[in-house]
Design a binder for this molecule. Structure first.
Ligand code: ADP
Ligand code: MG
Length: 238
């Protein structure tokens, strides 16, 4: 695992600046939730960390290494999106193994990683199925499995539960937290859902219109919101 640092990061699309100098420190092994209304810049920030979007100004570090110019494949991270697309024509096991196969891992190496990941995620009995034979929650677990088998230094999640129904979303929150307890991988989790943030985060970063409004533990934000926006968003009286 590794720490992650954003130092005064800016992002413009053409003439429009959408991130106005964002600084965030994430410790090794922390589960940090970036929360804020739609359009505030959460996904853009995550994509910059993944190397999918270039950085207009400032620095992004993984560990003590500035990664601004590093291609995605050289960043030791794994990302799970809202619209996780599984490969429909290969089995669950093969979906999970795909990135390892691309890297030329041996059959025994692949097995040694897929098996325990499947066990953690409760997918062992489903390894031979195809994605169309799975429920939404099972598919989401496979998407997480694909990330886990890579054993990255950092997990990035962009609204991974938004496509699930309300009940499943609640149980998956607990599952993801349990997973983090076991693996202790540094995690940056993006959501617009304040309840998800409050229940899952070690540390919450509240964003609004391309800036960071406040950083703190769920309790700190609830008890001592810095301003009306945070108070309103987190749902406590200012
Ligand atoms: P969030 O994930 O918090 O909903 P985004 O990071 O997706 O927000 O978007 C932040 C802002 O940047 C929005 O105003 C969005 O319209 C704009 N934006 C995102 N991607 C692009 C793009 N490729 N081109 C132009 N504008 C973009
Ligand atoms: Mg987004």
């Amino acid at each position: 695992m590794a720490s992650v640092t954003f130092r005064d990061v800016r992002k413009s699309f053409g003439p429009v600046e959408v991130l106005h100098g964002v600084s965030i420190d994430i410790d090794e092994g922390q589960f940090v939730v970036l929360v804020g209304p739609s359009g505030c810049g959460k996904s853009t920030l995550l994509r910059m960390l993944a190397g999918l979007e270039n950085i207009s100004a400032g620095e992004v570090l993984i560990g003590d290494r500035v990664v601004n110019a590093l291609p995605p494949k050289d960043r030791d991270i794994a990302m799970v999106f809202q619209n996780y697309a599984l490969y429909p024509h290969i089995s669950v096991a093969q979906n999970m193994a795909f990135s390892l196969m691309l890297k030329g891992a041996s059959k025994s190496e692949i097995e040694a990683r897929v098996k325990p990941a499947a066990e953690i995620l409760g997918l062992t009995h489903l390894l031979d199925r195809y994605p169309r034979q799975l429920s939404g929650g099972q598919r989401q677990r496979v998407a997480m499995g694909r990330a886990i088998v890579r054993e990255p230094q950092v997990f990035l999640f962009d609204e991974p539960l938004s496509n699930l129904d309300a009940k499943l979303r609640v149980s998956m929150r607990t599952e993801m937290k349990n997973l983090h307890q076991r693996l202790k991988t540094t995690t940056v989790y993006v959501t617009h859902d304040q309840i998800e943030a409050m229940t899952m985060a070690d540390k919450i970063v509240v964003m609004h219109d391309g800036i960071v409004e406040q950083v703190g533990t769920p309790l700190e934000l609830y008890d001592h919101p810095d301003n009306l926006f945070v108070a309103g968003f987190i749902g406590s009286p200012a």
